[in-house]
Write a protein that binds this ligand. Structure first.
Ligand code: ZN
Length: 144
C-alpha cells in the first residue's frame, strides 16, 4: 500500500524542468499529429481544443515540465493545429441565445421558437413556449 509520505517524497524526487522550450521540429510534429483529429472533429475542430491541450499538457508534465510551461506549450501546439485546419472561432455575440445572422431576435420574436411575437406578449409567443423554455435551466431563468 502506498502511504502519503512515500508518495509525497517520490513526487519531490522527480526532477522539474525549468524554462524548457520545445524544439520547432517537435512542435510541428505535434501539430501534424493533432490536425487529423481536428479535421474529423464534430461539430467543429474546437471539439478537440480542450482534449488536445489536456493530453499534451499531461504528457509534458509527466516528462517533468512545470504545469504553467506545459500549458503554454500545449496551447501553442493546439492553436497551431487550429490554424492549419482553418478553424475560425465564432464571435462572442454569435454564441448568445437568440442571435441570428442579422442580429438578435429577442425584441420582436419568441425567446423559445423565434416566431414573431403577438402584440400582447413580451417574451414568448404562447404558454406552450413559456413552458418549454421553463424546462431548461436557462429558460427557467428567462421565464421567471
Ligand atoms: Zn414561441
Amino acid at each position: 500500500m502506498l502511504d502519503r509520505t512515500t508518495h509525497r517524497n517520490r513526487r519531490r524526487e522527480r526532477p522539474v524542468v525549468v524554462g524548457f522550450r520545445m524544439s520547432k521540429a517537435k512542435h510541428d510534429e505535434l501539430i501534424d499529429l493533432l490536425v487529423p483529429f481536428m479535421q474529423e472533429a464534430q461539430p467543429t475542430a474546437f471539439a478537440w481544443e480542450g482534449p488536445g491541450r489536456h493530453a499534451l499538457r499531461q504528457r509534458l508534465c509527466l516528462k517533468g515540465w512545470r504545469w504553467s510551461h506545459a500549458d503554454m506549450e500545449a496551447s501553442a501546439v493546439v492553436h497551431g493545429a487550429l490554424d492549419v485546419v482553418g478553424a475560425k472561432r465564432p464571435l462572442w455575440i454569435e454564441g448568445q441565445m437568440g442571435y441570428c445572422e442579422s442580429g438578435f431576435l429577442r425584441d420582436e420574436h419568441c425567446w423559445n421558437c423565434g416566431s414573431p411575437l403577438p402584440e400582447q406578449r413580451k417574451k414568448f409567443c404562447s404558454n406552450h413556449c413559456r413552458f418549454v423554455a421553463s424546462q431548461s435551466l436557462h429558460g427557467y431563468q428567462l421565464a421567471g
